[in-house]
Design a protein around this ligand. Structure first.
Ligand SMILES: Nc1nc2c(ncn2[C@@H]2O[C@H](COP(=O)(O)OP(=O)(O)OP(=O)(O)O)[C@@H](O)[C@H]2O)c(=O)[nH]1
Ligand SMILES: [Mg+2]
Length: 299
């Protein structure tokens, strides 16, 4: 594994919420390892993605979008993002060309500049932004003092080959940290829980999904190896939210379950029987024990 001349390195992916960081990591590793939605604050944990080539390995760290925390979970998310950008070969700072580079980016700019690692700015969503929008973003980024800038589309993959070429220059001689076939170090049960959470983000309104946490209680293969039983609990913050998640005649919960099941079956490559339970845990986003239980903890 540690042949002479082999190169490797770590790259953190940071930026404001919803700019496309998770879409980018999925595209870079060629598999969906991080959930993606059109809502801000989708990612809550650091997610490791691995790109392995014959003579080098790049390890990417997707992080929660940086924003002012409003509860303990938010504090954890912000810390996760800041910590991940420490001591990496380079920081990939992603901005959204459609939204433009503006006040909200100022905090992220301050944070990435305070790190020792070099910063590469990716102006994302170039597939959808007009030329003038792209230029505005470029100007703002140069004005902020960054000179390594690349326009990309995490969605279509445009310029990601150029990005890989660029990143090769930041690698140093080092080991292949992960085996060839490993694209993430996240356990399957964590990805399954995330897929269920993704459906709640897609299907539920307003603030409800931001107060949702998902825990996998048990995963068990039937003896014939053809069906996997998965028991999961959706935690929400209010009795009224529980009613909305269940929906009239159980319709919403059924929909969340069947859409999540399809994704989980695809991930595990086996038929799945998904059983969902709902529990109310008031203000769990401020309760350390619940945060720990749901995997939002510093290790
Ligand atoms: N048109 C276009 N849309 C994109 C691109 N990249 C991401 N998106 C969309 O932008 C939205 C947010 O994408 P995510 O990858 O979840 O963004 P994120 O930065 O991880 O968001 P948080 O986890 O909330 O911080 C989704 O609707 C994506 O489909 C892109 O290159 N082009
Ligand atoms: Mg994300």
């Amino acid at each position: 594994m540690n042949a002479t001349g082999y190169k490797s390195g770590f790259f953190s992916i940071v930026g404001c919420p919803n700019v496309g960081k998770s879409t980018l990591i999925n595209r870079l590793v060629g598999q969906k390892i991080a959930i993606v939605t059109d809502r801000a604050q989708t990612t809550r944990n650091r997610i490791t993605g691995v790109l392995t080539r014959k003579d080098y390995q790049m390890i990417f760290l997707d992080t929660p979008g940086m924003t002012k925390p409003r509860n303990k979970l938010g504090v954890y998310m912000q810390k996760t993002a800041e910590d991940a950008s420490k001591d990496t070969e380079a920081i990939l700072f992603v901005v959204d060309a459609l939204e433009g580079v503006r006040e909200r980016d100022a905090d992220v700019i301050r944070i990435v500049k305070s790190q020792r690692s070099p910063v590469i700015v990716l102006i994302n969503k170039c597939d959808a932004a007009s030329a003038s929008r792209m230029q505005e973003a470029r100007d703002a980024i140069r004005e902020a003092g960054f000179d390594t800038v690349l326009a990309v589309s995490a969605k279509t993959g445009e310029n990601l080959d150029k990005l890989e070429e660029l990143l090769k220059g930041y690698l140093t001689e080092g080991p292949q940290y992960y085996p060839d076939d490993m694209v993430t170090d996240q356990p399957e049960r964590v990805i399954c829980a995330e897929m269920i959470r993704e459906k709640t983000l897609e299907l539920l309104r307003e603030e409800i999904p931001h107060g949702i946490g998902v825990g996998i209680d048990r995963m068990q293969m039937r003896p014939d190896g053809k069906l996997m039983d998965v028991w999961a609990t959706i935690y929400c913050e209010r009795e009224s939210h529980k009613g909305i998640i269940i929906g009239r005649g159980g319709k919403m919960l059924k929909r969340i379950g069947s859409e999540a099941r399809k994704d989980i079956e695809w991930l595990l490559d086996v038929q799945v029987n998904l059983q969902l339970w709902i529990k109310v845990k008031e203000d769990w986003r401020n309760r350390q024990q619940m945060l720990n239980e749901l995997g939002y903890r510093d290790d």
